[in-house]
Design a protein. Sequence first.
Length: 146
Amino acid sequence: MEFPGGKLRIVSQKEFPITTMTGATMLVNPGSVRELHWHPNADEWQFVLSGRARVTIFGAHARTKTAEFGQGEVGFVKQGFGHYIEQVGSEPLRMLFIFNSPVYEEINISTWLGANPASIVEDNFGLTKAVIDKLPRKLVGFTAPA
């Protein structure tokens, strides 16, 4: 998958039927962010190959945690926890991911919001109809600097 701010390459049981895990590499260009998303079927291990990442994780009961990682460092996101990844610094961010499931699944915030009736999004997030009408109705993936 390629996006204005980067690209994600996934290898799962779909490509290699003998595997019981999924791997991925990601490139995030300077000033870009990997969209808020979560994996309903797997934990995620993150390994920074180069560059710097700022990862923010969201859990139940309004729990959040933000941490920065550099080359050679490892992060972890529990199954179902929402998270997004920011590229920080001047060089592109390159990461390797491992998921403990042979099938890659993710739910992106843009897809999730677009799939819900506007009234539900309005009531739960306190957004106006005008703002809701501007929300993306498809996968965004990465956001690039304006």
